[in-house]
Design a protein around this ligand. Structure first.
Ligand SMILES: NC(=O)c1ccc[n+]([C@@H]2O[C@H](COP(=O)([O-])OP(=O)(O)OC[C@H]3O[C@@H](n4cnc5c(N)ncnc54)[C@H](O)[C@@H]3O)[C@@H](O)[C@H]2O)c1
Length: 425
């Protein structure tokens, strides 16, 4: 069976990262419609995927108001535009693939998870890392019992100074009120991995962190509002806009330009948010944060994220009662140390970059076809890590106060029950 999907939000994730799966697997997946307000993105997607004229929409409401005419909806809009769209798609009887985070509101996360269960539809969250060979490999070792019971996990996310400036200082996720707090926007993936690898409920946590550097007080004297305004620090500043977008960060220029040539980037950059001085933006999300977590069986974990790293990578150390795993995702390799025979085995995984995404989309299509009712990253499976992120943010804002996750979720659940369409019928 060929799954018919509707794409809502033909932006970077929807059109550039996920949709090519349909081109590569036309017998498994076809797009039946697209909703996208940007005329260039909309038209280009409609042409690339042969969308009939009557199913090209400017807004998600137009397509979801129609009686159901496809199997699934892929929601790839910005964080604050997930809840309403997903709720309506579920109400219309669609299976839903939803970008993370489920929502920046804990109450909306609970409501959507409940709505999916009660409507008996798939609501799969794009926690792509769980599907990658690196993290699947680590999970398989834990499941094999080779390292015994997991006692402690340490996970570090190196955001990378340039990536930080792009996404979390100048870009779409720089402000908690218009997008999400950093711990949710960037690190719900990491908390999801910790929760999955631990296989236990988190019971309490505390968190510290702040916006340390990307504030106007740190601007060097005379720094201009935009790099292109004749800033005197253009040679010494590590965050000069053009250097990144015309170098290693070129692919990120797709956030403001369909054409990634030097000429177009040079022309467009000064007129976009990405040309702003990093010390003169409307950002408020943290540039470093730590979270300490305790699980139901007494095991612990710690997570730290930092903008101040030369690359973007993740490293992990997992201590078990019979062995240990140490890994580095950028190197696509991890080593398993056995306390039983003193051996160490290095495992190098093969990942050309699309493996995790392709596996996630393949499994989603299969689940739509042979409806099994749950997925590796269902909303139910992802709820715990989202709640950990909300708790971490609440703790951070309260001077690192230790919070009981169960109590916090109960509090959110009372609110969710008051509002939810599905909880009141
Ligand atoms: N899973 C991951 O690893 C991962 C990585 C990056 C981003 N994300 C998430 O993916 C989501 C999308 O990010 P992106 O980088 O593709 O953003 P984007 O801004 O490139 O894409 C969002 C698209 O939604 C469209 N849109 C806006 N209003 C709309 C409406 N009324 N109807 C239909 N479409 C509408 C926008 O025009 C835009 O093209 C975000 O929630 C983000 O947090 C996930």
């Amino acid at each position: 069976m060929t799954i018919k999907a509707i794409l809502i939000g033909a932006g970077v994730r929807g059109a550039n990262v996920y949709a090519p799966y349909a081109r590569n697997h036309p017998h498994q997946l076809q797009f039946a419609a697209v909703a996208e307000p940007d005329p260039v993105r909309r038209t280009s997607f409609a042409v690339d995927y042969d969308i009939p004229n009557e199913h090209i929409y400017e807004d998600w409401r137009e397509v979801l108001q129609k009686p159901r005419f496809a199997d699934a909806v892929w929601i790839c809009t910005q964080d604050r535009m997930h809840y309403e769209v997903a709720l309506m798609a579920l109400q219309q009887g669609y299976h839903v693939l939803l970008e993370k985070p489920i929502s920046p509101s804990p109450i909306e996360c609970l409501e959507l998870e409940e709505a999916a269960r009660k409507s008996n539809r798939l609501l799969t969250i794009c926690h792509v890392l769980r599907y990658t060979p690196f993290w699947t490999g680590i999970q398989n070792v834990i499941e094999s019992g080779d390292i015994g019971r997991v006692v402690d996990i340490q996970l570090r996310e190196n955001i990378g100074y340039a990536h930080m400036a792009h996404s979390y200082v100048r870009g779409n996720w720089n402000n908690a009120a218009s997008a999400s707090p950093m711990i949710l926007a960037k690190s719900c993936h990491d908390l999801d991995l910790i929760s999955w690898l631990m296989g236990e409920e988190c019971v309490r946590l505390s968190s510290f962190g702040s916006l340390f550097h990307f504030v106007k007080e740190q601007a060097p004297e005379g720094a201009t509002e935009r790099c292109s305004d004749g800033c005197p620090h253009i040679k010494s500043c590590c965050y000069v806009d053009q250097r990144y977008y015309m170098g290693e960060g070129r692919r990120h220029a797709q956030h403001f330009s369909g054409d990634l040539s030097d000429q177009m980037i040079r022309q467009q950059l000064p007129h976009t948010p990405y040309g702003r001085c990093v010390y003169h933006c409307d950002n408020d999300v943290v540039d470093h944060q730590n979270v300490n977590l305790q699980f139901g069986n007494g095991a612990t974990a710690s997570f730290s994220l930092s903008a101040f790293t030369h690359d973007s990578s993740r490293s992990v150390q997992i201590s078990g009662t019979r062995g240990e795993i140490r890994g580095n995702m950028a190197k696509q390799s991890f080593t398993v140390y056995s306390f039983v025979d003193g051996s160490s085995t290095e495992i190098q995984v093969e990942d050309g970059g699309r493996e995790g995404t392709d596996r996630m989309l393949h499994e989603f299509c299969e689940q739509v076809e042979f409806f099994t009712g749950s997925s590796l990253t269902s909303a139910s499976a992802s709820l715990q890590s989202h709640m950990m992120a909300f708790a971490a943010e609440e703790s951070r804002l309260n001077n690192g106060q230790c919070l009981e996750l169960g109590q916090l979720i109960d509090r959110y659940r009372v609110e969710a029950t008051k509002n939810c369409f599905y909880c009141t019928v």
